[in-house]
Design a protein around this ligand. Structure first.
Ligand code: IMP
Ligand code: MG
Length: 182
């Protein structure tokens, strides 16, 4: 069982996420409704899986899905600053509209790299949807089109996000007590 004694605070509840998903999917629908044939939703493994599933279930668009995996954190909670592609796209994205779906934007390093990389492959447009944003931690300036929730500078888990691969299956977002990850 996920050890609830390790949580400091629930930052975003299940019902808050549900309500925000409804709003976000409408915003996204409005942007793509006239250009839907070329839309590829790209989930960043593994953290974005739950958010992406819930989001595309609410998007009545003619979209494709694809996934990438990049290295960011290892089992530590400190960013290494190195972005490496561990799993690449299966689709040719030349001329396509790309919506990158991420769990969280922290330093911005990962999304800065991915946006540039996908544009270089000839994507028609590259936009970003993230469940969470930690603006205080930003090192790279990234234009994020769709943001679920801004959160304070705390290490969080749940709704896809992990600490050491655990807690991804929590239906809410919680901060971890510092003694758990330091
Ligand atoms: P960035 O490149 O620093 O923006 O880091 C983005 C990645 O770091 C995310 O995709 C997450 O995998 C991981 N990350 C950043 N903050 C947290 C957190 O609070 N909890 C869990 N993972 C995090
Ligand atoms: Mg991630």
């Amino acid at each position: 069982m996920n050890n609830r004694n390790n949580f400091k605070e629930i930052l975003v509840s299940e019902s808050e996420i549900d309500a925000r998903l409804e709003e976000l999917s409408k915003e996204i629908y409005e942007v793509y409704k006239n250009d839907e044939d070329d839309l590829v939703v790209v989930g960043i493994l593994r953290g974005a899986v739950i958010f992406m599933a819930e989001l595309i279930l609410r998007l009545d668009l003619d979209l494709h899905t694809d996934y990438m995996a990049v290295s960011s954190y290892g089992s530590s909670s400190v960013s290494s600053g190195v972005v490496r592609i561990l799993k690449d796209l299966e689709e040719d994205i030349k001329g396509k509209n790309i919506l990158i779906v991420e769990d969280i934007i922290d330093t911005g390093l990962t999304l800065k790299y991915l946006t540039k990389n996908l544009k270089e492959r000839g994507a028609k447009s590259v936009r970003i949807a993230t469940l969470l944003d930690k603006p205080e931690r930003r090192k790279e300036d990234v234009n994020v089109d769709f943001i679920g929730f801004e959160i304070p500078d705390e290490f969080v888990v749940g709704y896809g996000l992990d600490y050491d691969q655990k807690y991804r299956n929590l239906p809410f977002v919680a901060s971890l007590k510092e003694e758990v990850y330091s």
